[in-house]
Ligand binder design. Structure first.
Ligand SMILES: *Cc1c(COP(=O)(O)O)cnc(C)c1O
Length: 480
């Protein structure tokens, strides 16, 4: 139905003119309208949509006219989207894309570059520069190189694969070629993120092969004495330490300086999952992540505190040769004459989205100061919210707010553990149903808790006031 037309431009270059593209201005008009409506209605949209109901319809055979398709979209999908990009979505540790990052992400689709290898676009250079800017932002040595991933989970998977390659080198084995069979490896961690555990499974190292190290009292941070003892008792030929810089419940930071010392002693690989905790380096003059500079590899997330759209994570390492050995894609048509390895030889995918671009553009637009400002503001507001919970008679603060996460629950005075948990679950459901804010559940020391994580660039004092009012209203309603 759609014919392809070819013609020469004035310079004599052949250009393609597809009829569909003649409608570009029509598409852009609709794009503008849908965005206008979505952004315009954001303040009235519930922060979370608790239950959704998608119209069940068969695949269309003949397709649909664009305007009819957009009407269908406006009817069937858009009303049930969440307002999670807004300032009171405090679930998980997600951010919400800034205007600059949103614009850049729109352009990623317009540009439609495949960042697999050099030689046909500047996109790979931009990705490399985005990574070196991140390394600069977080004051890491320039020996750290990396790759963009779909998120911290994928970065953790890359980490597990590179760590096992390192273990193989120690044991005279090329794991990428020979497999993990026969690899003698032990993995040590105190509070690995669930995605890290999943990654150990995906990488063939086995989720159950994780050696659980004790935590410090009242913390999710690793007890380094226990780690030292467990390393000493280990007979494995290779050892990997998975450290956390910012755990998701208590935002605890493992002591990386001691861990590095132990790692040296035992020739262990140190991977640090710093998905959101790395941003702490922007606001503390003596960061809790001191020692991160000496990690073997690092995971960080850009779709969290950097506030770029999903999906965007980063894996960094000082050992790119080992990374390359793990992921190299040798195929004749993929030969790369560039001095830098291709990104497809550094990570999971061959064809890759230009997801580095929103990060590059955000760093360009907001700079260190802009980003530091919202991180600082989030931490200030989290502490303000924690204080309001502490002052409230309806709720109790479960843990001191050290960074950007507030752990609390409804007042559990005179309640059994079970009843307190039930009450917490009911109140959380009521909070999220109310629509003014959205929070996640959690568990701490055997009890059900509610988590509020501050990582959205646009959260302000007014949002905290609205949230506190919502909590007060809900406490009243659930009491009566
Ligand atoms: C969010 C998070 C992850 C998982 O990240 P995704 O981007 O959701 O894949 C891993 N580790 C930590 C510490 C996190 O906070």
């Amino acid at each position: 139905m759609l014919s392809v037309k070819w013609k020469l431009d004035t310079g004599g270059t052949m250009i393609v003119e597809h009829e569909e593209w003649q409608r570009l201005s029509e598409y852009l008009k609709h794009f503008g309208e849908v965005n206008h409506d979505f952004f315009g209605g954001l303040s009235k949209r519930p922060v979370g949509t608790l239950s959704s109901n998608l119209l069940q319809a068969p695949l269309t055979e003949a397709g649909m006219r664009l305007d009819a398709g957009l009407d269908y979209l406006k009817d069937a999908v858009i009303p049930q989207l969440s307002g999670s990009r807004g300032s009171r979505y405090w679930g998980f540790v997600t951010g919400g894309a800034t205007p600059a990052a949103t614009l850049a992400d729109w352009l990623v689709s317009s540009f439609d570059q495949n960042v697999a290898k050099d030689g046909d676009s500047i996109a790979s250079d931009v990705e490399r520069q985005a990574i070196s800017w991140l390394v600069e932002l977080f004051q890491l040595p320039s020996s750290f190189k990396g790759v963009f991933t779909t998120g911290a989970t994928a970065a953790n998977l890359v980490a597990a694969i590179v760590a096992r390659q390192y273990a193989g080198i120690q044991q005279g084995l090329d794991v990428a070629k020979q497999g993990v069979h026969g690899l003698d490896i032990e993995i040590f961690s105190a509070t690995p993120h669930a995605s890290m555990v999943k990654s150990l499974g995906m990488a063939g190292l086995g989720q159950n092969n994780l050696i659980q190290v004790e935590c410090l009292a009242n913390s999710e941070a690793i007890d380094t004495d226990d780690l030292a003892q467990k390393l000493r008792n280990s007979n494995a030929l290779s050892k990997v330490i998975i450290a956390s810089a910012g755990t998701v419940t208590t935002t605890s930071f493992d002591d990386l300086q001691i861990i590095n010392k132990l790692a040296k002693e035992y020739d262990a690989w140190v991977h640090v999952d710093a998905a959101f905790g790395i941003f702490e380096r922007l606001i503390n003059s003596t960061p809790l992540t001191n020692g991160l500079e000496q990690a073997h590899s690092i995971t960080l997330d850009c779709h969290k505190w950097l506030n770029v759209p999903y999906d965007c994570g980063v894996f960094l390492t000082r050992y790119r040769d080992i990374q390359f050995a793990s992921f190299d894609v040798p195929a004749p048509y993929l030969v790369n004459n560039h001095s830098e390895p291709s990104f497809m030889s550094l990570g999971i995918e061959n064809s890759r989205r230009f997801r580095a671009f929103p990060v590059w553009f955000s760093l360009l637009i907001y700079g260190r100061e802009g980003i530091t400002h919202w991180v600082q503001n989030n931490v200030r507001l989290a502490k303000r919210f924690a204080q309001a919970i502490r002052d409230s008679t309806d709720y109790e603060l479960v843990y001191e707010c050290d960074l950007n996460v507030v752990l609390f629950r409804p007042n559990a005075k005179n309640l059994t553990l079970r009843d307190a948990d039930l009450k917490t679950q009911n109140v959380l459901r009521a909070i999220n149903k109310d629509g003014r804010l959205f929070l996640s559940p959690g568990r701490w020391q055997g009890t059900q808790i509610i988590r509020a994580a501050f990582s959205n660039w646009q959260t302000e004092d007014e949002d905290v006031s609205i949230a506190v009012q919502a909590l007060t209203d809900i406490a009243q309603n659930t009491r009566s």
